[in-house]
Write a protein that binds this ligand. Structure first.
Ligand code: UD1
Ligand code: CA
Length: 467
């Protein structure tokens, strides 16, 4: 099959410098959602018709395609980009794509600003078409603005005879509540012939793609109607308000799926998944969490309120307390993280690690059972097992020009307010006294302390204010 995605509309009502189809829903461009649905049908060709600001769209997707398709990944139809300039209507848009369409397989028309369309609905539409043509329609209480589906005898069971646009419709036709969604599937050779016959002799002086319905009927090609699983699949984005509405509809659907698979959500209307969230059994997620990229939560993981997790794997039984920010990290089983922890890229925590409030970890591994419970920075470090990192401990990993590593071996105890000036190593079982600034390696099993000797001055008086 060929897929043509219409995306040349300007999107004036977004009041934006960004082309409409590049606005994000669930963290990815509207157009990417449509392309993903199209790809589920394994089409031979995908053709995107772009217009105003379209170079930006093209460039954004060239970058995405390169990033998303590792060499050797399944063969996917490359996207053919077709410029429509000026924009003279949906029929004119498809005419620009026509030279790219393979004959002998049908052509499916989608809109780049209708992001929630689902492959299951498209398959149903194609099934309804058979060797003929089919249009996706919806019954609306208020069909104002839509093209109307005119059926033989005006009966819902009557054959579809044509589509009339709102601005060309008679009062009787305006009373029809069955609306055209714009999605249709058409035999390709016939489509090309019908496109060549379109005229713009209508109220909007546009070449209407919808006019091919009457041409099909005149040619004896039956036009079937099919309906989507949900109305939301056919809603377009023309404004920020509609974008926000569709975002919430989409998120509620994801939330519903998560709950359906056994995840507890404190409030399904307060979760945002901008990527893939995989959950084990009995996972519980509190309110206002954001999941980006690929996040995997093992059995019995709990996520506290207001956490942001991006590309993170968390093994079973780990508790993430509220207000944690985690990115590109691998968290072991039965850990406790947060509240208020910042886990930065390259963090690997083994099992039963505790990372507490206002602790930042970056490009570091922390061994089993180790704890950094308060106010610490652990960067470019290798921390062994059963290490206790005191409050206020900082690895000084950066000398202003280069980063250096810190190694802390098993069973080390680090007193509070300690600085480890990297590169430096703390031997197994060593203790660092509170307040130590460690600049050379600390030997195993000994107490190392660098501290000005404490003095008390007898008879000392605080300065008094001059009269
Ligand atoms: C179109 C349909 C109408 C249907 C409605 C559903 C026609 C003539 N009318 O209305 O029956 O009920 O969609 O929303 O097809 N586009 C281009 N190039 C153009 C014009 C439009 O690429 O020259 C794209 C737009 O970016 C958009 C889509 O086509 O993605 C639909 O355009 P829009 O103007 O929103 O729809 P209408 O023509 O009003
Ligand atoms: Ca229009």
């Amino acid at each position: 099959m060929n897929v043509v995605i219409l995306a040349a509309g300007q999107g004036k009502r977004m009041h934006s410098d960004i082309p409409k189809v590049l606005h994000a829903l669930a963290g990815k461009p509207l157009l990417a959602h449509v392309i993903a649905a199209a790809r589920e049908l394994s089409p031979q060709r995908i053709c995107v018709v772009y217009g105003h600001g379209g170079e930006a769209v093209r460039e954004a997707f060239a970058a995405r395609d390169a990033a998303a398709a590792p060499p050797g990944a399944g063969r996917q139809a490359a996207i053919a980009w077709v410029l429509q300039e000026p924009q003279l209507g949906t029929g004119h848009a498809v005419m620009q794509a026509a030279p790219h369409l393979v004959e002998g397989v049908p052509t499916l028309v989608l809109y780049g600003d209708v992001p929630l369309i689902r492959a299951a609905t498209l398959k149903r539409l194609c099934a309804a078409a058979g060797a003929g043509m089919a249009v996706l329609t919806v019954e609306l209480d208020d069909p104002q603005g839509y093209g109307r589906i005119v059926r033989e005898g005006g009966a819902p069971s009557g054959a579809i005879v044509r589509i009339v646009e709102q601005k060309d419709a008679s009062p009787a036709e305006q009373a029809i509540r069955e609306a055209n969604t714009g999605v249709m599937v058409v035999p390709t050779a016939k489509l090309k012939a019908w496109l060549a016959k379109l005229s713009n002799d209508n109220a909007q002086r546009e070449y209407y793609l919808t006019d091919i319905v009457a041409l099909a009927v005149a040619d004896g090609v039956p036009v079937a109607g099919a309906q989507p699983h949900a109305l939301a699949e056919t809603l377009g984005v023309n404004s920020r308000n509609q974008l926000a509405e569709l975002e919430r509809i989409h998120q509620l659907r994801i939330a519903g799926e998560l709950m359906g698979r056994g995840v507890t959500l404190a409030d399904p209307s307060r979760i945002d998944v901008r990527g893939e969230l995989a959950c084990g059994r009995d996972v519980a997620i509190d309110v206002n969490c954001v999941f980006e990229g690929a996040v995997a939560l093992g059995d019995r993981v709990t996520i506290g309120a207001n956490c942001v997790l991006k590309n993170v794997r968390i093994a079973e039984g780990t508790r993430v307390e509220p207000y944690c920010h985690m990115e590109d990290a691998d968290i072991g089983a039965r850990c406790r993280v947060g509240p208020y922890a910042r886990i930065r890229p390259g963090t690997v925590l083994a099992e039963e690690v505790h990372v507490g409030n206002f602790v930042e970890v970056k490009a570091s591994s922390i061994g089993r059972g180790s704890k950094a419970n308060h106010l610490a920075y652990i960067g470019d470090s290798e921390v062994g097992r059963n290490v206790n990192v005191g409050a206020g401990t900082i690895t000084c990993n950066y000398d202003g020009a280069n980063k250096h590593r810190t190694v802390i071996e098993d069973d080390v105890f680090i007193g509070s307010d300690t600085q480890l000036v990297a590169p430096v190593r703390v031997g197994r079982g060593a203790t660092l006294g509170a307040g130590t600034t460690l600049t050379t390696d600390a030997p195993p099993d000994q107490l190392t302390v660098s501290r000005v000797k404490q003095v008390s001055i007898r008879g000392w008086k605080r300065p008094a204010k001059k009269k």
